[in-house]
Design a protein around this ligand. Sequence first.
Ligand code: RIB
Length: 337
Amino acid sequence: MATIRDVAAEAGVSRATVTRVLHEPDKVSPAKLAKVQAAIKKLGYRPNMLSQTFRSSSARTIVVLAPNLANPFFAQVIAGIVDASDELGYKILVGSTNNSSKREADYIKMVETRLADGIIQMAPFTEGEVSLLPREHVPAVSVAGVPGTPYPGVRIDNVAAVKECIQHLVSLGHTHIGAITGPANNSNTIVRLKGFKEGLEEAGLSYLPELVREGDFRLVSGFSATADFMLDSNPVRPTAIFCMNDEMALGAMRSLKTFNLRVPEDISIIGFDNLDFSAFASPALTTVEQPAYDMGRRSAALLVDMLEGRVGKADADIVLPYRLVERESTAVVHTRA
Ligand code: RIB
């Protein structure tokens, strides 16, 4: 384990300068700051900022990084994380990053300075998208992400789940299936789009980019994307829309009402997540259930196992079952809208 002395020697500065970088970085010259930060990174140094009196090997605190706390899906995941962590003797600190890398960096610093022990990352890791993780010396688990993240994860098989949605729509006779995606660079969008394309291909249908609109996983984007589908100028309109989450599906259903179109008689809508309110929507939403609460519980248990040395990083990637919940918003194709 690197010490403050090692960092000072590596950076060619005094120990006092290293301490200043950690506590009052604004009082250090940019050149020295850069040298010390590089040395900290190279050596994987984790300063312990807990006072001598309360020093312990673990803060027994987990930081949960949440991209969007307004999405009830994340609230369900957090509920699972909180319950499991509590049982395991850990406290939770929820960091709302709102996709800001500056905010994410601040929370990561809490682990580096041992004010927290590890991180549960709810924003999927994507090249170019926010995520300063992984860092070798920051224990982390991804939840509701995608395969291939450089740290262990708890997720469902998104590709298979979306393919099942498409099979369901195809079995109802739909051949013009639209999609409302999340942000293009979001890795959940990327894997769900893969499932969408594969599902169409397996059904012998062509992927038509004009039947796809980009949303942002929020209600309003589902509303506007659907309105855009309905423009008179569109040469082709969907008879069914696969929405990459329930929020956007709810927005889509509301939007169709403004066009006097009925769900499912005129257009079928299918969502993803199975939020609590989706069963109470009118019509009740057909959707994919992600076991959000269990995903939260399992991710907390996995991180604690890692922190307490019961599981290595390499052997942990948990894929939980999903379920297509068929309700009222999908039906046999009736007429081309
Ligand atoms: O981040 C947005 C979406 O990704 C959520 O609604 C949920 O589907 C998650 O997996």
